[in-house]
Write a protein that binds this ligand. Sequence first.
Ligand code: ATR
Length: 270
Amino acid sequence: MKKFAVIGNPIKHSLSPLIHSEFAQQSSIDLTYEKILADDEITFISTIQNLINQGYAGVNVTLPFKGYAAKISTTKTSEVDLTGSANTLSFDHNAIAAHTTDGIGLVNDLLEKIGTLSSSSILLLGAGGAANGVIPSLLNEEISHLYLWNRTIQKSFDMANHWHKSYENISVMENVDFKKIDIVINATSAGIDNTASSPISLNDSHKEIICYDMMYGRQTPFLKSASDNNLAFFDGLGMLVKQAAASFEIWHEQKVESKSIEESLRSTLI
Ligand code: ATR
């Protein structure tokens, strides 16, 4: 039986074991999948080595270790190279192959919920790992433009400079102009605590805008603002399930159906 795990800190509330065991059932694959807490970078690296020694086939990596996962890998996809982030590792003896499926998880969820991203103009809020991790996947979708905004706006300018080396249609939107935007994606961590307000006010938005928050399991101030303004909005639960589906596909070379799992998780989270 193949062995897998997810490593992070915190890890207690991770839904990945549940999602992967549902996929395994769907595909009639026998596997084990557990949660492992790593205290810090050093423990993370020694844990990976222990798992390789114990014959594990691969791991998912979550916050705050996605950058270290990219660094310690022996082979990586171009997307891991560009984002400096990996959430899916496959082990083959001492070789570690790294993938990142966050971007494809987001894009597949947007496609399922909205239909198409082609020619859309997107505003991405945030300048941390979560925002940077999804940029290549968004820009590979033939969107018309990706605008960047962050509370500390200098970080958006630094980010745009970095991504300009690979893509043309990305720039900073220092003063948000909703007329130019079809979709707003919140990739900030505002909302982890309930005291924060929405990173941007949606009060002046036009009514056709679609709001997407990469967070799930709670109503973030951003989604509350979307709801208060009667805008269409989605949380990141679908992204979570679809990034897991993409990891599963890498490990097992089998496509899985994710919608029913999202629905059953949603009913347990509410
Ligand atoms: P992650 O890896 O999850 O992206 P991170 O690297 O710590 O986490 O980045 C957090 C992001 O959320 C940053 O863009 C941060 O903005 P700043 O660069 O200005 O700090 C953003 N963020 C966190 N709290 C916020 C808040 N209350 N309002 C707006 N943006 C916030």
